[in-house]
Design a protein around this ligand. Structure first.
Ligand SMILES: Nc1ncnc2c1ncn2[C@@H]1O[C@H](COP(=O)(O)OP(=O)(O)OP(=O)(O)O)[C@@H](O)[C@H]1O
Length: 282
């Protein structure tokens, strides 16, 4: 399998401390008088796999959409002075094209109704890298093929996206993001629809990206996977951050039990030494 090399995109600096990853502060979002995100601070170090965790409805998808710059503004016009800095630059102020070369976003229910082949869908990830009127270059096609290889989907290249299974589509979404060669990748439930081997493949790809210096922030429901594969986690509840830090500090009963309303026990994985979580009703 191959993976992508990181494209370093120089970005204008903004006031504030230099940062080697994602550093967002005071992110709020509201609609119809309801505060969905309430002053969220979230960091994701470069070169690490960061997990965004929290129960259903806690605000994970909304937060990722705000960070990716695709969430409409709050409908009350409220401005809490949010700051979203990536690698020292104001991410949301970057020109759209430049942001698309910096950031890839794998959405949970990404649209897959396009009547295009898988290869063409993955080539969409190359658009930010070429001039607006240019067609696909040989380099673009090579990058798209490498991305499909990386997710073990080379054999799907000529299939129509609309004919794919849920798991196959999820791989194609990931491949499109890889073809973008981002420095920051945000993913909303990247293991959705995937069988266990494919989940491990997806997490291995995220690890390989992080090892190349990419900043990875993934919303995950599965706390077991997060415990095994993340370096850093942020736990949301009710639109607020309740804990953030190393896996061993956050994925502990005192933190998880009140948030999820369960009883957690933590064992130690005999080979990796990482926490293994078991849950029972309270
Ligand atoms: N456009 C919207 N209009 C009204 N409510 C919204 C909107 N978007 C999100 N919400 C509400 O905001 C809350 C947070 O939603 P969000 O999808 O961000 O949570 P989540 O943590 O990703 O949930 P899940 O784990 O179930 O996917 C939910 O109660 C949801 O119903």
């Amino acid at each position: 399998m191959t993976t992508e090399t990181r494209t370093h995109v120089p970005a204008p600096s903004v006031a504030g401390p230099p940062d080697d990853g994602l550093d967002a502060a005071r992110v709020s979002w509201s609609t119809a008088g309801r505060l969905i995100l309430d002053g969220v601070d979230v960091t994701a170090p470069a070169g690490a796999v960061s997990g965004l965790l929290g129960p259903n409805g806690s605000g994970k998808s909304t937060l990722l959409r705000v960070l990716a710059g695709v969430q409409p503004p709050s409908d009350d016009g409220r401005d809490d002075g949010a700051r979203v800095v990536f690698a020292g630059a104001d991410l949301l102020a970057l020109p759209r094209r430049r942001r698309a070369r910096t950031l890839a976003f794998v959405e949970q229910e990404a649209s897959t109704d396009l009547p295009v082949t898988v290869l063409d869908a993955v080539l969409l990830g190359r658009i930010p890298h070429r001039s607006p009127l240019a067609g696909d270059s040989a380099d673009d096609r090579a990058a798209a093929r490498r991305a499909l290889d990386a997710v073990d989907a080379a054999g799907l290249a000529d299939r129509e996206v609309t004919t794919l299974s849920g798991g196959e589509r999820q791989r194609v979404h990931m491949a499109r993001a890889l073809a973008q060669e981002p420095a920051l990748i945000l993913l909303d439930e990247p293991t959705n629809h995937l069988d266990i081997a494919a989940q491990l493949d997806a997490l291995r790809i995220l690890r390989a990206l992080a090892d190349r210096g990419v900043t990875v922030l993934a919303a995950l429901h599965d706390l077991h996977l997060a415990a095994q594969h993340c370096d850093h986690v942020v736990l949301l509840s009710g639109g607020r951050v309740v804990a953030a830090g190393a896996v061993g500090d956050v994925l502990v009963p005192d933190v998880l039990d009140p948030v999820y309303g369960v009883r957690t026990e933590v064992l130690t994985h005999p080979r990796t030494g990482r926490p293994v979580l078991t849950f029972s009703p309270r």
